[in-house]
Ligand binder design. Structure first.
Ligand SMILES: C[S@@+](CC[C@H](N)C(=O)[O-])C[C@H]1O[C@@H](n2cnc3c(N)ncnc32)[C@H](O)[C@@H]1O
Length: 245
């Protein structure tokens, strides 16, 4: 990933949150273990089925990571063009897609949100899961411009009428929406640009307390791991912002 001008989350928040950019470059397999424990009730899969009710020709995905959203999109499209800045994340995505028998219909390529290596007007729907909001932490002075550049790319690759869907956290460790304060202006920014918010729960359920401590601590830091110590479950509220084409 291009690190020029980017601040580590830790540096901008001054707390003990892990450095997520470093995780995407160096700990993709561990990240994939974490997200494979999210959405125990299948709400994300149901939401995607609702948003793509009929199989479409092409879906473009930004920030595909290790492919947990990609694997839900692939059965609903003849092809998925999925991009991410971190090649190590895409390597895990490729292995998981192939293992699921979905690899043939998914093209994975390194690509930044603001410069997608995709043709104009190709997408019947565009998805970005837990990916665009990183601009707020990484570019505290310039995130609005970066978000608008990503939205411009979403518009460029979209066919007329294509739906755009942005999925982001509304709070980890909360049973009702309680977004991180720094993301509130980002969500207002999306809504000012025509995105409408839905709320779903994508709770985590781990194999046991040791796995919860390991994986929650790894990605969210020690405070959250301590709060849920001894259990298996962590609630998660998720926002799904939809803009009709
Ligand atoms: C929290 S992960 C989400 C991955 C996947 N969508 C999921 O739901 O698990 C965020 C991903 O966004 C990618 N990302 C963040 N900013 C990016 C940018 N400007 N361009 C491309 N990828 C970006 C990161 O490399 C990382 O893989």
């Amino acid at each position: 990933m291009n690190a020029i001008g980017r601040c580590a989350d830790r540096a901008t928040r001054g707390d003990e949150m892990p450095d997520h950019a470093s995780i995407y470059d160096h700990d993709a397999a561990q990240y994939d273990r974490l997200v494979s424990r999210e959405d125990v009730d299948g709400a994300l899969a149901r939401t995607i089925a609702d948003l793509i009710p009929q199989c479409v020709e092409t879906v473009v995905e930004l920030g595909a990571g290790t492919g947990r959203v990609t694997r839900l999109l692939a059965p609903r499209a003849a092809r998925v063009l999925a991009f991410d800045a971190a090649a190590p994340m895409l390597a895990v995505a490729r292995a998981r897609l192939d293992a699921a028998g979905l690899g043939a219909r998914v093209s994975l390529a390194v690509g930044e949100h603001h410069a997608l290596p995709a043709p104009d007007g190709v997408a019947d729907a565009v998805f970005a899961g837990w990916a665009i909001a990183h601009a707020v932490g990484w570019y505290p002075e310039g995130w609005r411009g970066r978000v608008d550049a990503a939205l411009a790319e979403i518009a460029r690759v979209s066919r007329p009428g294509a739906r755009a869907v942005i999925i982001e956290t509304l709070g980890t460790g909360t049973e009702t929406p309680s977004p991180p304060a720094k993301l509130v202006p980002f969500y207002a920014h999306l809504e000012a640009r025509g995105f409408a918010r839905r709320v779903i729960r994508t709770d985590y359920r781990f194999a046991d307390a040791a796995e919860l401590a390991e994986l929650i601590g790894f990605f969210f830091g020690p405070e959250l791991a301590t709060r849920y110590a001894g259990g298996r479950d962590v609630p998660e509220c998720t926002g799904v912002w939809v803009r009709e084409g």
